[in-house]
Ligand binder design. Structure first.
Ligand code: ATR
Length: 278
């Protein structure tokens, strides 16, 4: 039996660099599991080429794109219609090309993170004291659903204090939500949930946080991931944390949410999570 390529719906991830992306492997796994007739590739586009590459993909019949670093804000600007999570975060990780020429932009990072944290990791958020390290794009993506889950407190600590203060001002919430510098953190009790949303580890830099913010009560979640574990999780364990998790689950769950937007069917994530997580 031959397969007619023109009948296969095309998707891809756009980033720069993009060749190490796990998205093709995850999305192809979902397609096989659900029997959806689709292909999923890699598109490397520099910031200068991003718009041409995205529009060209849509014009040639492509159905949807995942957007990764450094293009999530450019994708937000390019979309003609935005989902609520995209509006809250000012960033888009999922584009859908409609037949009428409109381009829908969604952000599934926040839902993916919350699904992993609250379902896969079984963490209760309500009433908890939460520390987020970092105030960049990754933090922006997870803040709205985290605040909606009614923690007792969310403290945002960042190397550049001004950036954290600006982010706090952007969110209207009844939750105790404030910002501080890493130095100020030394005055605080250990937190129950500590989320690393800085790119310090990715850049090979040691975690610059005061060790007193973690202890045996701290559940530590690194939004980044690596086959050898992450520098932040190693640091957290060294300073007493007994539970550390990498962002593999968030990666899989945000991919599942994108898949559902495109195909209208929710893939099961348990099988791939057991294969991919370390
Ligand atoms: P992302 O989209 O990955 O969040 P980003 O928007 O560039 O990328 O944000 C990176 C975050 O990591 C920021 O909070 C940054 O701190 P600054 O706002 O002070 O730049 C933080 N970060 C990067 N390298 C760091 C390091 N070596 N130590 C501490 N924080 C770091």
């Amino acid at each position: 039996m031959t397969v007619d390529d023109s009948k296969i719906d095309r998707y891809a991830v756009v980033g720069h660099p993009v060749k190490h992306s796990r998205s093709p492997m995850i999305q192809q796994f979902f397609a096989q599991e659900t029997g959806e007739n689709m292909s999923y590739g890699l598109l490397d586009a520099s910031p200068d080429d991003f718009e041409v590459v995205v529009r060209g993909f849509g014009a040639s019949g492509g159905k949807g794109l995942n957007i990764t670093v450094p293009h999530k804000q450019a994708a937000f600007e390019l979309a003609t219609e935005l989902g609520q999570a995209a509006v809250c975060s000012g960033a888009v990780n999922t584009l859908t090309f409609r037949t009428d020429g409109t381009i829908r932009g969604d952000n599934t990072d926040g839902i993916g993170f919350m699904k992993d944290l609250t379902v896969n990791q079984a963490q209760k958020i309500a009433g908890k004291r939460i520390l987020i390290l970092g105030a960049g794009g990754a933090t922006r993506g997870i803040l709205a659903p985290l605040l909606d889950a009614e923690p007792a407190e969310v403290l945002l600590a960042n190397r550049t204090l001004e950036r954290a203060l600006t982010l706090v001002k952007e969110f209207e919430t009844t939750i105790d939500f404030s910002a501080c510098s890493f130095e100020d953190l030394a005055e605080r009790e250990p937190f129950e949930i500590v989320i690393n949303a800085t790119s310090a580890g990715v850049r090979g830099e040691a975690p610059p946080f005061p060790p007193s913010c973690v202890s045996s009560i701290s559940f530590c979640y690194d939004l980044t991931y690596g086959l050898e574990g992450t520098p932040f999780n190693a640091w957290a364990r060294k300073h007493g944390s007994e539970r550390t998790v990498q962002g593999w689950g968030m990666l899989v769950e945000q991919a599942a949410a994108s898949f559902e937007i495109w195909r209208g069917t929710r893939p099961d994530t348990a099988d791939i999570l057991s294969k991919i997580s370390v």
